[in-house]
Write a protein that binds this ligand. Structure first.
Ligand code: NDP
Length: 233
């Protein structure tokens, strides 16, 4: 059955691959963007740090396709630097986008999901949220926070047929990792049992599965998609 899917940050990288995977299986897909409107999907302009913009984006999707049934909270940023150099602004900016942004969209989606007594929420975290990483105190805190968000939603809304899960990618070939120096990437590759970074499609496949009927009893889970880097954690 076709569903209405909203992917935040669905105009590029992992979010775009997720949007494409849902579209390929026949779902009605909307994506949020900040700059240029995406050509392939119904795009709604939205900065997830702005609650009014989030509300307006959901209203636009609802007018076009009906209530959001599958929410993928994917929008995310990094502002890396070591703890002793990290400004409070660098910390709070990353939290505001990655964690509070996910809270804003989940809260907005929940009302309609409860009414429908069906819903799927998928939060794109990171292996960094589970293992930590030098230079990423802000990012790791935001990504670890998503686990608490998803598990609390699971306890609040589980009986309404709403699942909330976390996907924790390792290194994925996108603009975000393109910023890393080549030597650093080579070093990282040596530590990954799979010996390579993931393609965005390899994250998307797990996300579409979590939204499927086959995964209806999977909730509150953290699913690593990291080529063995975290050995299941
Ligand atoms: P990209 O940098 O390629 O894309 C990030 C996306 O998030 C863009 O669509 C961007 O929109 C959007 N975004 C950022 N800030 C906001 C905001 N305030 N409001 C709305 N949208 C925003 O990143 P990836 O595709 O690599 O990452 C996607 C997610 O996966 C992120 O949450 C990231 O933390 C996570 N992840 C990535 C990994 C990797 O190795 N690449 C590994 C583990 C997790 P815009 O185009 O307007 O900037």
């Amino acid at each position: 059955m076709a569903r209405t899917v909203l992917v935040t940050g669905g105009n590029r990288g992992i979010g775009l691959a997720i949007a494409q995977a849902f579209a390929k299986q026949g779902d009605r897909v909307a994506v949020t963007y900040r700059g240029t409107a995406p050509s392939d999907f119904f795009g709604v302009q939205c900065d997830v740090t702005d609650a009014a913009a989030v509300d307006a984006a959901f209203a636009a999707v609802e007018a076009e396709f009906g209530p959001v049934e599958v929410l993928v909270a994917n929008a995310g940023i990094t502002k890396d630097t070591l703890l002793m150099r990290m400004s409070e602004e660098q910390f709070t900016d990353v939290i505001d986008t990655n964690l509070t942004g996910a809270f804003r969209v989940a809260k907005r989606a929940a009302t309609k999901m409860v009414r429908a007594r069906w819903g799927r929420m998928i939060f794109i975290s990171s292996i960094t949220g589970l293992s930590g990483n030098p230079g990423q105190v802000n990012y790791a805190a935001s990504k670890a926070g998503l686990v608490g968000v998803a598990r609390s939603i699971t306890r609040e809304l589980g009986s309404r047929n709403i699942t909330a899960n976390v996907v924790a990618p390792g290194f994925v070939e996108t603009d975000m990792t393109a910023e890393l120096p080549e030597e650093r990437k080579a070093e990282y590759r040596k530590t990954i049992p799979a010996g390579r970074f993931a393609s965005p499609d390899e994250i998307a496949g797990v996300v579409t599965w979590l939204a499927s009927d086959a995964a209806g009893y999977v909730t509150g889970a953290v699913i690593p998609v990291d080529g063995g880097l975290g050995m299941g954690h």
